[in-house]
Design a protein around this ligand. Structure first.
Ligand SMILES: [Zn+2]
Length: 225
């Protein structure tokens, strides 16, 4: 199950990815998370990408492609993976097809209104990367603390509502060629991400089974709230 997950800020990409990662035991590769980790650790790569990330610019294709290429060589990719935040450009999408076989690109289509509302409530665990929302499920059980490790959740700076609209528009300006590429190669699956996870996930899983992308047995029973 080799999936590319495409969604504007607020589409719920992190939550979908988390669900598939836990239920089917496949890795979730988020280039955004990788960048943030490397910047926090102050690595050479972190220093290289910092100048782009902090200015809200796209990290150059060559750097991102190499990061993903290295990740996909790891042995835990055997059952499949979910790519999140990559590819961002047509060059990256074509490079990815040379690195590996992608079964499907899932486009989580969210309206700007819903995106803004969701993001103002989003909280992230700085330790394990799990994503919560104080307005929607999955809510943290204890007040703004991670259910798994008890760490105080944080709001990412770029989830500020004023910034979200701009990010949303830039996202579609940037991603349109990528969406067209997956449409033209008959691998684009569009999902109405304004609806709740519990409405969409059973449908999405059924479609993935029907088209032969999802062949794995669950390794864990994951509930949808
Ligand atoms: Zn945590």
């Amino acid at each position: 199950m080799r999936i590319v997950l495409i969604g504007a800020p607020g589409a719920g990409k992190g939550v979908y990815a988390q669900y598939f990662r836990e239920k089917y035991c496949i890795p979730h590769i988020s280039t955004g998370d990788i960048f943030r980790e490397e910047i926090a650790k102050g690595t050479e790569l972190g220093l290289r990408v910092k100048q782009y990330v902090e200015r809200g610019l796209l990290v150059p294709d060559e750097i991102v492609i190499n990061i993903v290429k290295e990740k996909l060589k790891q042995p835990n990719m055997q059952r499949g993976f979910i790519l999140d935040g990559f590819p961002r450009t047509l060059v990256q999408a074509k490079a990815l097809d040379e690195i590996t076989r992608i079964d499907i690109a899932i486009h989580l289509l969210v309206s700007e209104e819903v995106a803004v509302k969701r993001l103002s409530g989003r909280r992230v665990c700085p330790k394990c990367g799990r994503v919560y929302n104080i307005y929607y499920e999955p809510k943290p059980r204890e007040d703004e603390k991670c259910d798994y490790d008890g760490v105080q959740l944080i709001q990412r700076q770029d989830d500020n509502p004023e910034v979200v609209k701009q990010r949303y528009r830039v996202f579609y300006e940037t991603l349109t060629p990528v969406l067209e590429y997956y449409t033209s190669t008959r691998r684009l699956l569009e999902v109405n991400a304004d609806k709740s996870l519990s409405e969409i996930l059973p449908l999405l899983e059924k479609i993935l089974v029907d088209i032969g992308v999802l062949k794995l047995n669950p390794c864990k029973d994951v509930k949808i709230d």
